[in-house]
Write a protein that binds this ligand. Sequence first.
Ligand code: SF4
Length: 267
Amino acid sequence: MAGRKAKVEEEAPLALKRRARKINRILSETYPYAVAELDFKNAFELLVATVLSAQTTDVRVNLTTPTLFERYPDAQALSEADETDLQEIIRPTGFYRAKANSLLSLSRRLVDEFDGEVPARLEDLVTLPGVGRKTANVVLGNAFGVPGITVDTHFGRLSRRFRWTTSEDPVKVEMDVAVLFERRDWTMLSHRVIFHGRRICHAKKPACGVCPIAALCPSYGDGETDPMKAAKLLKYELAPGREELLELMRGGRTRAELREAGHGLGA
Ligand code: SF4
C-alpha cells in the first residue's frame, strides 16, 4: 500500500508491460482463489449462466441455475422448453422475458447447427443469439481452457484506471491488454481484475487506502485514501489465506458453501 499516485505520463511500452505484470502478480497473491464465480458443470451450463448474468449478480444466477438445469439439462431439453415456464424459473435474474427469448433461440441454434453441443471456437460462439465476445471468452477460458480476456464492466473500468488502455470499446480494451501479458495468463488475469473490481476498486468509490496495488496505480486517489474509511468500503470479509482455503476445500466444502461463509467468493 502506498499513499502516492504512480506516474505514467511518459511510460514506455516496456515499462507499461512490467508495471502491468507486477499488478497481475500482486492480484494473484491477493486473490489466489480467483475463479469464474458462476457455478457450472459443463460448457452448456456456463454458456446459459453467462447469458443470465447480464445486469445481475453471479450470486443471483447461481441461486437460479440449479432449478433451471435440473429441468433443462442440455440444449435439446432447453430448446423444447415452454417459454412461460422458462420465464418463471429465470425471473429472479431480471429481464427474464428477453433472457428466456435469448435462451430459446440460443439452444435451438445449438441443436440445429452444432448437434446440441457448445462450439469451442470464438468465431462460432459469437454467431449464437445473445452471445458477444465477452460471453464467448468466458466460455472459452473456463469451459474449454482456451485463454481469453473477459472485458466486462469491471475489467474495462480497471484497465482504464491502470492506464493499460484509454479505450471505452471492449474489443479495443481486449486488444490493448492482450499485448501486455502472455496468452496463457489471460483467463486468470480476467478473474483477478474482476475480483478486484468487485471487492476493492469499485466504480463509484474505490477503496484506494487499502488497495494492495496502490503504488502501481496511476488512479490512486480517485477513491478514498484514508485507510480506516477505505476499509469500510470493502465489499467482502478478508479472505482466508491460501492454505486455510485449500484446507476448507479439502474438507469437502463446496465453492457455494465457502461463498456463503463469506470467503471472498461473493458477487
Ligand atoms: S482502488 Fe484506487 S489505487 Fe486501487 S486500483 Fe483502484 S483506483 Fe487504483
